[in-house]
Design a protein around this ligand. Sequence first.
Ligand SMILES: Nc1ncnc2c1ncn2[C@@H]1O[C@H](COP(=O)(O)OP(=O)(O)OP(=O)(O)O)[C@@H](O)[C@H]1O
Length: 257
Amino acid sequence: MTIVPPPGQLKRGDTLLYLDKVSKSFDGFKAINDLSLVIAKGEMRAIIGPNGAGKTTMMDIVTGKTRPDTGDVYFRGDVDLTRHDEASIATMGIGRKFQKPTVFENHTVRDNLKLALAGTRGVFPALFHRGVKAERQRIDEILETTRLTDRRNAGAADLSHGQKQWLEIGMLLAQDPELLLVDEPVAGMTDAETEETARLLKEIARDHSVVVVEHDMHFVRALDVKVTCLHEGHVLAEGSLDAVSADPRVVEVYLGR
Ligand SMILES: Nc1ncnc2c1ncn2[C@@H]1O[C@H](COP(=O)(O)OP(=O)(O)OP(=O)(O)O)[C@@H](O)[C@H]1O
């Protein structure tokens, strides 16, 4: 298990993502309520919690889709994310994968990755100048990581649901984000795909920070990382999965449902 100091022991400057006392209301309803959450550099964190706990809204705040009413949101210790819009945050090194795959169905796996790499050119012209060989190498690496080497020439439409999710993770990797936000990656996957996805994300987490929102507890256990349980827009419990799932409050609002 990754050992990460408790939030109180991490100075903002040492964190990758730092949320402090963040609140956000929609029509008077507090979707996020005094939320403080810290992700260390290089950490992978699993976020769990019942429907409506605020997990998606928290991701929306980090990616600039939603602006908090109050509170601090910092990336790499000193970038105030509340002062940036969604497009600028995406180019800063925060990549997000939504629950539903949005791959280009009528393109091959390889072409989807090519398009994702091309999408970064405007932002990183250096990558373009490194040329075709570098691009091919990078695509091969991503195919390998996402278990899609044998499927590289297949149409994306012909992939299994799980493989589509992996392709989308690959398209995120093409942007080379420092932090990946991954929303319910294993929903709808077979057990075998779920297990493979845990291995895949653990590999990615060797050189990226990752925040994964997921309801599948077998999958969260396989990730073997620190877990945060959100409830009513606030951190209800945080720690190892064993500690969090033994917390009576977590059992009451989430696991015991
Ligand atoms: N744009 C919005 N307008 C009004 N209410 C919203 C809006 N976005 C979220 N909410 C409300 O905020 C609360 C938190 O929602 P959120 O989607 O963040 O929860 P969640 O933890 O992601 O749930 P799930 O596990 O179902 O995805 C919910 O009660 C939701 O209805």
